[in-house]
Design a protein around this ligand. Structure first.
Ligand SMILES: [Zn+2]
Length: 218
């Protein structure tokens, strides 16, 4: 996995998120709280000068994030391989450090952003979380399962079950929590399916069949 900065992507993310409220999260406010002087008029120069003036601190964070990945990669890839029967070590993932706390992911390019101010442990959590999404979607793709709201929900729930397995907990050091509270009831049901079907294919198919009965309310 490559870990790098991408100033251009931060400019695009600023424009995409500066007015966005998604699932109850006000991204514009999160941006303004840390960068009170950024505006739609000055964002490009603002981002350039932020990167220039904070260069050293950003580079230190980049090196520390490489350590984050080193601390989880062996356990993460071996647990993913056990579960999905595939070795993801050579996949071309990219982790971009970002100066904004929006943390988008791009499934097509297997890339994602991590907010540079997150703690060392929480950067480990984001990396494990996103790489698990990529593996899950890769596996579903190969089974011919199409993307849908139900699949996205299942992927979030799967992360909570999978990343809380003891070996991963030991490597990451932060409990994996459900980011979307309205999935809580579903988590309990899906956990029962997980216990019943240790095989990835059966687990996903049985969960999606069950998931059809859920009403997606967004
Ligand atoms: Zn997620």
């Amino acid at each position: 996995m490559k870990i790098q900065f991408n100033k251009q992507l931060d400019k695009e993310v600023y424009l995409a998120f500066c007015d966005a409220v998604v699932g109850g999260t006000d991204f514009g406010k999160k941006i303004r709280d840390e960068h009170p002087d950024i505006t739609k008029e000055n964002y490009s120069d603002y981002i350039d000068s932020f990167y220039a003036s904070e260069k050293e601190m950003l580079e230190n964070t980049l090196r520390d994030t490489e350590k984050c990945f080193d601390e989880i990669k062996d356990t993460l890839f071996s647990e993913l391989q056990k579960y999905f029967s595939k070795d993801y070590r050579e996949e071309k993932y990219t982790c971009y450090l970002s100066i904004f706390d929006c943390n988008p992911r791009y499934l097509e390019s297997k890339s994602f952003q991590v907010y540079y101010q997150r703690s060392h442990t929480m950067r480990k959590e984001v990396i494990a979380h996103e790489l698990t999404h990529f593996a899950f979607y890769d596996f579903c793709n190969e089974l011919g399962i199409k993307d849908s709201d139900a699949l996205w929900e299942l992927s979030e729930i799967f992360n909570v079950i999978f990343l809380n397995l003891p070996p991963l907990q030991e490597a990451i050091g932060a409990e994996e929590l459900l980011f979307y509270p309205d999935l809580k009831d579903k988590l309990e049901e899906i956990k029962q399916i997980w216990t019943k079907y240790p095989d990835a294919k059966y687990f996903i198919e049985a969960s999606l069949r069950r998931n059809l009965l859920f009403v997606h309310n967004e």
